[in-house]
Write a new protein. Structure first.
Length: 214
């Protein structure tokens, strides 16, 4: 059975992401303090709170337009690499949907695939570089594979969450090859990547939002 998702689903996703990032802000900051600038939790919290406010002030826009607004807001409020990366990702995903009022699981996969492509292009990162890509790419692949196999959107997103979290944990033994952490060389080994961690939280937030609004 096809599931129709809409603007309510997008808003619920962003609100859930903001809530979980806020609750995990200290953890994200601790992870970033080990191999980065120590501001990932603070930056992501501020950015997603701003996005929630922007979306709540926007009534009647299509899902795609809301994602573009979310991306634009993140670029304007989040410092470091996370703002440009997630901002570009959400804008690219929003452009996939255009002005259509609803979207289904297959189109959601294409939204996330476009977001992933944008992040990889802007950050020039691949799986294994110890970045957010290590969580996002497995999630997109798992979502597409499960949906293609006939699984429900809910079950497919559950699999995407598991894949994202496995990818997140897989960053621990890696040596960073991109971003601030790459300056540490071998000293980056043994630390979980904060960007992959917040990405896994955002995918889990998506799963919760979709399950709660279908």
């Amino acid at each position: 059975m096809s599931v129709a998702l809409g603007s309510i689903s997008v808003i619920a996703w962003i609100e859930e992401a903001s809530a979980v990032i806020t609750s995990e802000a200290d953890h994200l900051t601790q992870l970033d303090a080990a191999i980065g600038d120590g501001d990932h939790g603070t930056n992501m919290t501020r950015g997603f709170e701003a996005v929630v406010q922007a979306l709540q002030a926007d009534t009647g826009s299509s899902p795609g337009k809301l994602l573009i607004l979310a991306g634009r807001t993140l670029v304007g409020t989040v410092g470091g690499a996370s703002g440009p990366l997630w901002g570009s990702a959400l804008r690219s995903g929003g452009r996939v949907l255009g002005d259509q009022p609803t979207f289904d699981g297959r189109e959601l996969t294409e939204v996330l695939a476009a977001a992933l492509a944008s992040i990889k292009d802007l950050g020039t990162a691949s799986v294994g570089d110890k970045t957010m890509v290590d969580a996002l790419e497995p999630a997109v692949d798992e979502l597409r594979q499960r949906l293609s196999g006939g699984a429900s959107v809910s079950d497919s997103l559950g699999g995407a969450v598991e894949a994202a979290e496995a990818g997140m944990r897989a960053t621990i033994p890696l040596q960073a090859r991109k971003g601030r952490a790459s300056y540490l060389g071998e000293r980056s080994i043994g630390h979980q990547d904060p960007g992959a961690t917040s990405t896994a939280l955002i995918i889990r937030a998506l799963q919760k939002a979709v399950v709660g609004n279908t």
